[in-house]
Design a protein around this ligand. Structure first.
Ligand code: MG
Ligand code: MG
Length: 255
């Protein structure tokens, strides 16, 4: 599929989808406490999406049974919500998608459950920072490689394993559109970014090595060495100035 440029009316609808996803994160974060069962978080997001008149783009996708992807500790992405009870010191990546009026929003955040180890807390801080480095590079005139380069330049010197087999993507009328957006790259390579491109940027960083494997459930991606992993994602639109983040949580969103 070709890379699509969105017009203002399409971007307005993507802003609505992004708002729904941000509202879901605002609702789910305070529910992430020791003892909560992952399916309870999934139900909360299901109800929030429905309450805002949107639909989920995860549920039913290739048979996926969840409104969120819930990836705990050494799970990187695509975890299926199950009956696991979260414990103090865990981390959980909650990836949420919503469709409004035919347009998609997509954002993931990794949350600490209670008190986490210092190196784990730093992993969360640094992966979020790597996301914003990548977002800042999504400017009209830059090449696509600038995004992955910005993530890599932040993460690599800090010693994290940068997940290479998965990454960001174009987004719009489909959840996954061209181009694929790796989390490593060369700023001199790749297509030239243009105003109106809408992108999901999503670094995944591991405390250990970069290698991954897929669990027998055929969905859950985990680190090969069992080290813990964090994942942060925003949907953004490229403009002639700063990129606009469509899935940003606003202070006014009710906790
Ligand atoms: Mg996502
Ligand atoms: Mg995504």
């Amino acid at each position: 599929m070709a890379i699509t440029i969105k017009n203002d009316s399409e971007i307005a609808r993507m802003r609505e989808a992004g708002h729904v996803v941000a509202m879901c994160h605002a609702r789910v974060e305070p529910a992430i406490v020791p003892g909560v069962i992952v399916t309870e978080l999934d139900a909360l997001v299901r109800d929030t999406i429905a309450g805002l008149g949107a639909t989920s783009n995860f549920y039913g996708h290739q048979g996926f049974r969840g409104y969120i992807c819930a990836s705990v500790n050494d799970q990187i992405v695509h975890g299926i919500p199950g009956k696991r009870r979260l414990r103090d010191g865990d981390i959980i990546s909650v990836d949420i998608g919503a469709i409004v009026d035919g347009f998609h929003g997509d954002s993931a955040w990794t949350y600490a459950v209670g008190d986490v180890a210092d190196e784990v807390r730093q992993l969360l801080i640094d992966t979020e920072a790597a996301l914003y480095e990548g977002v800042a590079a999504a400017r009209a005139g830059n090449r696509l490689g600038a995004i992955g380069h910005a993530v890599e330049a932040y993460a690599e010197p800090r010693g994290y394993g940068i997940v290479r087999g998965y990454g960001g993507h174009g987004i719009g009328r489909q959840m996954w559109e061209e181009p694929h957006i790796p989390n490593v790259g060369d700023p001199r390579h790749g297509l030239r970014l243009r105003r109106g491109m809408t992108l999901a940027i999503e670094p995944m960083l591991n405390l250990g090595g970069e290698d991954t494997r897929i669990m027998p459930d055929k969905w859950t991606v985990v680190t090969a060495d069992g080290s813990w992993s964090a994942h942060f994602e925003h949907t953004v639109v490229v403009t002639d100035a700063e990129p606009l983040i469509l899935t940003e949580r606003l202070a006014a969103m009710v906790k």
